[in-house]
Design a protein around this ligand. Structure first.
Ligand code: ADP
Ligand code: MG
Length: 319
């Protein structure tokens, strides 16, 4: 299965983590481990200036932004990069739940801005990967202070850049649905965007609108992630193919994620899919997307009919 998913531009980075390693609260990046990883796999080459501030957005709700933020974020941490994931979905905060960190969020950005705590007190370290931290904007069901907007989030990002322990490599911003004030706030500090869409017309129409808004805001580096793809439905011509979507939106393709019941199971367990052993197809797809994000690479959507030699899951809608 692994070889089917492997593409020359994005070699699979199946780090040889044992379940024991995954459970350890602070992963040991010992020399021997890193060497063994590097011996068999290439470490992704970090392209662009750090911190890379990436907003994960969509327009339509429920398409997989938070799932993408959690899984891509943890993959980046597993590659060895330092990551801060900001949950900017104020109304429907749930990134903490997906990560299984809901009981550890004591302070949020609102308290930091009020002077009630320091920024580092609001940063919640992941239980499994200490180089992954979560930052929530506000407590669930609490209202944002009047005037909280893009400038406040820019201040937060600047404060993260100048932390004593050094600037993170990646700052991922989980954007709220819609295109109102919360969306504008979330995209303001970002330099690049990952647009998550599902292969349905409503999601695509919202995505198209969002592309226009992102470009207006000066974000030129926009890549798309097509989520919840079902090859059986594409074959039966009941679902748009990734190639159709790419033609409609005209964006570089960061990843294609299949519909996978494991995503829902992992959401409910607070244990992101990319940590699953053995890995699932969706988990591997998220990990490959993270790899491409690091290298500012993209994949090409192809139709199986056009390239009959390619077989397997990814050959159907992308390589
Ligand atoms: N690839 C997938 N396969 C199956 N279910 C998925 C997939 N991606 C997301 N989901 C489910 O869709 C729902 C919405 O996902 P979520 O990431 O919260 O979306 P958003 O943040 O865009 O609102 C969740 O219940 C999640 O488990
Ligand atoms: Mg969400």
């Amino acid at each position: 299965m692994l070889s089917l998913l492997q593409t020359p531009s994005t070699p699979l980075n199946r780090f040889s983590f044992s379940p024991k390693t995954l459970k350890s609260p602070k992963p040991q990046f010992s020399k021997t481990q890193v060497q063994s990883v590097l011996q068999w796999n290439r470490k992704p080459q970090l392209a662009g200036e750090t911190p890379r501030v990436v907003v994960i957005t969509s327009g339509k709700g429920g398409v997989g932004k938070t799932t993408t933020t959690a899984n891509v974020g943890l993959s980046l941490a597993r590659f060895g990069f330092s990551v801060v994931a900001i949950d900017a979905d104020v109304g429907l905060r749930n990134l903490d739940l997906l990560l299984g960190l809901e009981n550890r969020v004591n302070y949020t950005v609102v308290e930091v801005l009020n002077g009630d705590c320091r920024l580092d007190q609001a940063l919640v370290r992941d239980k499994r990967w200490s180089n992954f931290e979560l930052l929530c904007i506000s407590k669930p069901r609490s209202k944002l202070p009047l005037g909280f907007g893009g400038k406040a989030l820019v201040w937060v990002v600047d404060a993260l850049k100048t932390r004593e322990e050094g600037s993170p490599d990646f700052i991922l911003i989980d954007c709220p649905a819609g295109i109102d004030a919360g969306f504008i706030t979330a995209i303001t500090p970002a330099n690049e965007a990952v647009l998550v869409t599902t292969p349905d017309i409503t999601s695509l129409r919202d995505a198209d609108r969002v592309i226009g808004l992102l470009e207006c805001d000066g974000i030129r580096d926009i890549k798309m992630m097509v989520n919840r793809v079902r090859t059986d439905m594409i074959r039966g011509e009941d679902m748009m193919s990734v190639l159709d979507i790419q033609e409609m939106l005209g964006l570089a393709l960061l990843g294609v994620i299949p519909e996978d019941t494991e995503v829902i199971r992992s959401t409910n367990r607070g244990f992101p899919l990319v940590l699953n052993q053995p890995p699932t197809l969706a988990g591997l797809a998220f990990e490959q997307a993270a790899w491409r994000l690091v290298e500012q690479d993209s994949m090409k959507a192809v139709m199986v009919e056009e390239e009959p030699k390619k077989r397997g899951f990814f050959s159907f809608f992308g390589v």
